[in-house]
Ligand binder design. Structure first.
Ligand SMILES: Nc1ncnc2c1ncn2[C@@H]1O[C@H](COP(=O)(O)OP(=O)(O)OP(=O)(O)O)[C@@H](O)[C@H]1O
Ligand SMILES: [Mg+2]
Length: 260
């Protein structure tokens, strides 16, 4: 150390005008940490593994027919003597209704991470207080949108990675995945025509451009390709009754497998 530096006290500028960095104490050599055993990848817990109920989610772009199919499936399952909980995200609980209002109707910017956390907060509360209790009772849970929507919409926005968003949701729900996810696949132009015909006011996400909706569709299809055993992908332009029949066939098979 030069005599000029030694004369200056801590933090004060030396003659050169630069602050003097005090000499750092010598760090003793750290002990070597023994190599950790490799932890095997943990299986993701699905509704099937944790409870006797059946967890069915409906996914797809806006106007794809999720609400229509949820209603038809509920009618059928109830007719089969099943107890059904029909619900949705965001907004399936009192807390969720407040969160839904922020994420869909807040005027002004919501940062991407804040938005992802809001959806995850809604989901955490919904799964803990509505979905899991229903699955434990043995009910059929029919849910409009779940974690695949978060992954597809955030993934399409390209702000957060799809993997990060999925991990966040799995943390929020303690790893709950649906037994069946019905993806209603519809091209964005057809979806827009349906929404225009419906004459409903657009929410924040619906008002996005067609290329955004095209990316969302692409993300949904890649999620389905990655987990073919969980997804049932159906052409949403088919007549509603035809789609409903395909959904019923799959749900009936899952319910049979559960009781046999
Ligand atoms: N298979 C179908 N063929 C033609 N039109 C359909 C079909 N299914 C639903 N529709 C119509 O499309 C419109 C949107 O349907 P629905 O509300 O069920 O979609 P959604 O996916 O729930 O939409 P959102 O994302 O806005 O909630 C409605 O007018 C509905 O009657
Ligand atoms: Mg709907």
């Amino acid at each position: 150390m030069s005599s000029g530096a030694a004369a200056a006290s801590e933090g004060e500028p030396a003659a050169s005008g630069r602050p003097v960095v005090p000499e750092l104490p010598v760090v003793p050599e750290l002990p070597v940490v023994p190599e950790l055993p490799v932890v095997p990848e943990l299986p993701v817990v699905s509704g099937l593994a944790v409870a006797p109920g059946l967890f069915v989610t409906l996914e797809g772009g806006d106007g794809a027919g999720k609400t229509t199919q949820a209603a038809l499936l509920e009618e059928w399952a109830t007719g089969q003597g099943r107890r059904v909980v029909r619900t949705r995200e965001p907004g399936g609980t009192d807390v969720g209704v407040l969160i839904r209002d922020i994420v869909l109707h807040h005027r002004g910017d919501v940062s991407a991470r804040a938005e992802a956390l809001l959806y995850a907060a809604d989901r955490a509360h919904h799964v803990a207080t509505v979905v899991r209790p229903a699955l434990h009772r043995g009910d059929v849970v029919i849910q409009d949108r779940y974690l695949d929507s978060s992954v597809a919409y955030q993934g399409a926005g390209r702000v957060l990675g799809p993997g990060e968003v999925r991990d966040l949701s799995l943390w929020a729900t303690e790893g709950l995945l649906p037994d069946l996810t019905v993806l209603l696949d519809l091209d964005p132009a057809a979806a827009r025509a349906r929404r225009d015909a419906d004459d409903k006011p657009f929410d924040r996400l619906e008002a996005e451009q067609d290329d955004f909706h095209a990316r969302v569709r692409g993300e949904f299809l890649s999620l389905a390709a990655a987990e073919p055993e969980r997804f049932l992908v159906l052409d949403a332009t088919a007549p509603a009754e035809e789609i409903a029949a395909a959904v019923r066939t799959r749900v009936a098979a899952l319910l049979d497998a559960r009781t046999s």
